[in-house]
Design a protein around this ligand. Structure first.
Ligand code: KIV
Ligand code: ZN
Length: 550
């Protein structure tokens, strides 16, 4: 009789994944992703880093209050203020977890923490005990574990388990480890930490050398009980271990793991929900999945060459080691267009990871019909673009009412943009610029009080074809903070205006999720530095009344 071993899946898309440049999500988007993760069946959702920003705090709080099933975790440095913030955000959760970390490698202890190894152990123990007063489920992470002394790791893990840590996590923070080496480290920890059986042994791998998944799997073979990962492998620098790759490797090569682990591996993920989760994360973060990405890339199940096509038609297993259906990718999709009904549209939304309430779905169906009138075929990418717009938005200080442009190859472009404020005032301004988009941004700058710097601007078509929708993305800098915005329309000037306004609204709303938080710059960020939330109305109250506003 074979033994069953359960591998816990800890998803950190909303925390480590969101730290990736350009992957920030607003509160509504994070909630949507959290719901998709719960549907997927992950064991733990790391919802954010509560002390990092008011936006992070609010998102964790909402997820904790709303999402049922998985454990909800919040990250904290080994500091009382961080742990207090995590607990305050998590207290509504059915199953809260406080995740406390401190660095254990010589380089981090010497240059970042400026602490002696014994001081680090004492700090870790004190903070685990402090967190334990709030809730029983405490995870401890030894940051940069793969570059730490194994004997020191065993010592600190023994101490924190004694202090009450119920999970101990071994991160390969900088993606430095090799699979054989990382597996050996996990074996050393299992053998050298006398009380390890009282805790769940976890690993958390980054992909700097492209080994995040290989290292996670090597760790599982060596006795890890939990793997930390993200959807589509998003995360800082080269990203984190990709959830879908770990889960599908365990499933597809169950035979291999049965013999290497001496047990049947099991995890609670429903693999048929993988595609939906992947699409949702890609849509809300705007981080496109590379076409040849394992499991969820557009080409992952495409057979292009004649020989392969012939083989697959004769017997799929000639060139297919997994079925598209096993990740929830339907083989024959119904094409949606203007004759499609509400039911088919609702089903497609679900396949793409969106679980909207009836009212939003109805509004979206109307927008879909309007688009279908303009385009013959409405593709999945079109629907995703529309659906993202239907998610609860961040508070908006300004909305677009209308714009008129005058542009051509022999004249300077002019744009007249009319915005409506949160308290209903209409403001119109005219500006010239180097092209209609520049002119429109200049007109907006004349209306809003902040003077952001446009850092990046990109325009993509959502799909192929002349009638494709355009998707604009902008990144602006306001002070020392970055804000992202996105806009979609069949008119590229409108998409650009919407994206610019979206970023401006994020900047005006201090509760917007701060972009690009890394553990390095969080070190410098004390709780007292965290900006207090200001509402869109407050921002407007500070806005001087412009003569163009009525
Ligand atoms: O990579 C890392 O070390 C982390 C820890 C904070 C868990 O993300
Ligand atoms: Zn990490």
């Amino acid at each position: 009789m074979s033994i069953l071993r359960t591998i816990r899946i800890f998803d950190t898309t909303l925390r480590d994944g969101e730290q990736a440049p350009g992957c920030s999500m607003n509160q509504g988007e994070k909630l949507e992703v959290a719901k998709a993760l719960a549907e997927l069946g992950v064991d733990v959702i790391e919802a954010g880093f509560a002390i990092a920003s008011p936006g992070d705090f609010a998102s964790i709080q909402e997820i904790a209050r709303t999402v049922r099933g998985p454990v909800i975790a919040s990250l904290s440095r080994a500091a009382e203020a961080d742990i207090d913030a995590s607990w305050n955000a998590l207290r509504g959760a059915e199953r809260p977890r406080i995740h406390v970390f401190i660095a254990t490698s010589p380089i981090h202890m010497t240059y970042k923490l400026r602490m002696k190894p014994d001081e680090v152990i004492e700090k870790a123990v004190t903070m685990v005990k402090y967190a334990k007063k709030y809730c029983p489920d405490i995870e401890f992470s030894a940051e940069d574990a793969s570059r730490s002394e194994p004997a020191f790791l065993c010592k600190i893990l023994t101490a924190v388990i004694e202090a009450g840590a119920s999970t101990v996590n071994i991160p390969d923070t900088v993606g430095y480890a090799m699979p054989g080496e990382f597996g050996a480290l996990i074996r050393t920890i299992r053998a050298g930490t006398p009380n390890i059986e009282r805790a769940v042994l976890s690993v958390h791998c980054h992909n700097d050398l492209g080994f995040a998944v290989a290292n996670s799997l090597a760790a599982i073979e060596a006795g890890a009980d939990q793997v930390e990962c993200t959807i589509n492998g998003i995360g800082e620098r080269a990203g984190n271990a990709a959830l879908e790759e770990i889960v599908m490797a365990m499933r597809t090569r169950a035979d291999y793991f049965r013999s290497s682990c001496g047990a049947d591996l099991h995890c609670n993920v429903d693999t048929t929900k993988i595609y939906a989760a992947s699409r949702l994360v890609s849509t809300v973060t705007g981080s496109r999945v590379q076409p040849n990405k394992a499991i969820v890339g557009e080409n992952a199940f495409a057979h292009e060459s004649g020989i392969h096509q012939h083989g697959v038609l004769t017997n799929r297993e000639t060139y297919e080691i997994m079925t598209p259906e096993s990740i929830g990718l339907p083989r024959n999709k119904i094409v949606l267009g203007k004759h499609s009904g509400r039911h088919a549209f609702g089903e497609r939304l679900k396949e793409l990871g969106f679980h909207l309430d009836a009212e939003r779905e109805t509004r979206l169906f109307e927008a879909f019909k309007a688009l279908a009138d303009k385009k013959k075929v409405v593709t999945d990418r079109d629907i995703e673009a529309l659906a993202r717009g239907a998610l609860p938005e961040r508070p908006a200080a300004w909305r677009l009412k209308r714009f008129i442009i005058n542009s051509g190859s022999t004249i300077a472009s002019t744009s007249a943009v009319c915005l409506v404020s949160a308290d209903g005032r209409e403001c119109e301004q005219v500006a010239i610029g180097d092209g209609p988009i520049d002119a429109s941004f200049n007109a907006i700058d004349k209306i809003v009080t902040i003077k952001p710097v446009l850092e990046t601007f990109s325009l993509d078509s959502v799909t192929d074809g002349k009638d494709a929708q355009g998707e604009a993305r902008v990144r602006i800098r306001q002070g020392d903070r970055m804000y992202n915005g996105r806009g979609v329309s069949t008119d590229i000037v409108e998409a650009s205006i919407r994206a610019y306004l979206d970023a401006i609204n994020a900047a005006l709303d201090d509760t917007a999720v701060e972009d690009g938080i890394s553990s390095a710059n969080i070190e410098a960020k004390r709780p007292e530095d965290a900006a207090s939330p200001r509402s869109a109305a407050n921002v407007l109250a500070e806005t001087e009344r412009s003569p163009q506003c009525q």
